[in-house]
Design a protein around this ligand. Structure first.
Ligand SMILES: Cc1cc2nc3c(=O)[nH]c(=O)nc-3n(C[C@H](O)[C@H](O)[C@H](O)COP(=O)(O)O)c2cc1C
Length: 388
């Protein structure tokens, strides 16, 4: 029996299996960049453990012969309450990068969020699928860049924007420091040896066009190498973001707009007062401030503060359908996930991303049936209880 990539992916039964499959194919330097988080990775662990404090309580004698996982997120109908979180430089994980991620999301009817730090341009990504597409904005000192992004997204037909507010500076990700992840990389001998053991990844690195931060090309004169663009990006992160800036961006876009990185009820309330349509409860997957709370822990207070005036989306730690059901029972409209789809990408390109989506959608469907709730939009407090 041949061991084709599809057969190997079929043996991945959950997101953790895809994570292990990615680890076998992607060099440690890159795997740790994806898998790792800030400092002691307390928040990374908390993002997962937080879900364990909740129980799902099934309702019996409910007709679950038809299950409906569709809902509407920031104005577009989606096939499941899932959104692909923005992740920079996915071409490091697999040579296809966004070309593996975006068509998979389109096929599965879930929104794809393109990172400002993408390796494929806003316009090229728009042509990769007809599915819902969001664009993520970092706050740059040069506000002309932000204006340019917003105008280009309008021109390319994006459905929504999200403004990431938790990155005044990059978090202290010690796995990356230890491994020598820099642009250009300075891997330790052990990390270099591990890289040499991944010949397919290396071959693609050497034979495919050099990757770049596609949306910034033209902003930096002469040296458009990834290392120069990355330095430019770090320098451009604005540490003085104000609510006025956010309001100005909202006005320029004039469409569905979410704020990503909210962990406090009063920030959520303020964003909603300014007319933002979505509050993404997130700690950046534990990659920024270690010891920040898990999104699931602050979700109830944020939902209460928003009072139904905007959609609340949970981002971080989602690995199972039951996680999604818990977040929705606590009042979220949908969940975002980053690493699960990058693990799929690393394990098998687009087919691996699709496997991750199939797994999560399949779990959501089965778990709804087991919970006795035929529609995701009916999830609510009657299905959940907190323990401990
Ligand atoms: C490799 C990687 C790159 C990321 N790049 C970005 C980015 O460019 N912009 C952003 O807003 N968030 C970025 N994030 C954070 C994700 O959008 C998301 O908040 C996080 O992955 C959620 O946690 P999860 O991976 O447990 O689902 C990145 C995360 C990872 C793992």
């Amino acid at each position: 029996m041949s061991n084709t990539p599809d057969r190997r992916l079929a043996r991945c039964h959950n997101i953790d299996d895809l994570r292990r499959a990615a680890r076998r194919k992607v060099p440690l330097l890159i795997f740790d960049f994806v898998d790792g988080a800030a400092e002691d990775e307390v928040t990374l662990a908390r993002n997962r453990n937080g879900f364990d404090r909740y129980q799902l309580v099934p309702h019996n004698f409910v007709d679950v012969s038809e299950i409906d996982t569709t809902t509407t997120v920031l104005g577009r109908r989606v096939e499941a309450p899932l959104v692909v979180s923005p992740t920079g430089l996915p071409r490091l994980v697999h040579h296809t990068g966004e070309e593996g991620l975006v068509p998979a999301a389109g096929k599965h009817g879930i929104p794809y969020t393109l990172s400002s730090a993408s390796s494929t341009s806003i316009e090229a990504v728009a042509n990769l699928s007809s599915g819902p597409k969001w664009f993520q904005i970092y706050v740059w000192k040069d506000r002309a860049i932000v204006d340019d992004f917003i105008d280009r997204c309008k021109g390319a037909g994006y459905d929504a924007l999200c403004l990431t507010v938790d990155v005044p500076i990059t978090g202290n990700r010690e796995r990356d420091v230890r491994n020598g992840l820099a642009l250009p990389p300075k891997p330790t001998p052990a990390v270099l040896f591990d890289m040499l053991c991944k010949p397919t990844w290396l071959w693609h690195l050497k034979t495919k066009p050099e990757f770049t931060l596609a949306n910034l090309v033209g902003r930096v004169e002469q040296d458009t190498s990834a290392s120069n663009l990355s330095r430019y990006t770090e320098e451009q992160l604005d540490k003085s973001l104000s609510w006025d800036d956010a309001a100005r961006m909202k006005e320029r876009w004039d469409g569905p707009f979410a704020i990503k990185g909210v962990l406090r009820a009063e920030d959520a309330r303020r964003a909603v007062d300014l007319g933002f349509d979505g509050i993404i409860v997130s700690n950046h997957g534990g990659r920024q401030l270690d010891h920040a709370p898990a999104p699931i822990d602050v979700l109830p207070e944020i939902v209460a503060a928003v009072e139904g005036r905007a959609q609340v989306i949970l981002d971080g730690g989602v690995r199972r359908g039951t996680d999604v059901l818990k977040a929705l029972s606590l009042g979220a409209t949908a969940c975002m996930a980053g690493r699960p789809f990058l693990f799929g990408l690393g394990a098998g390109g687009q087919a691996g991303v699709e496997r991750a989506m199939e797994i999560l959608k399949g779990e959501i469907r089965r778990d709804l049936m087991l919970l006795g709730c035929p529609r995701v939009t009916d999830l609510g407090p009657q299905y959940i209880r907190k323990v401990g």
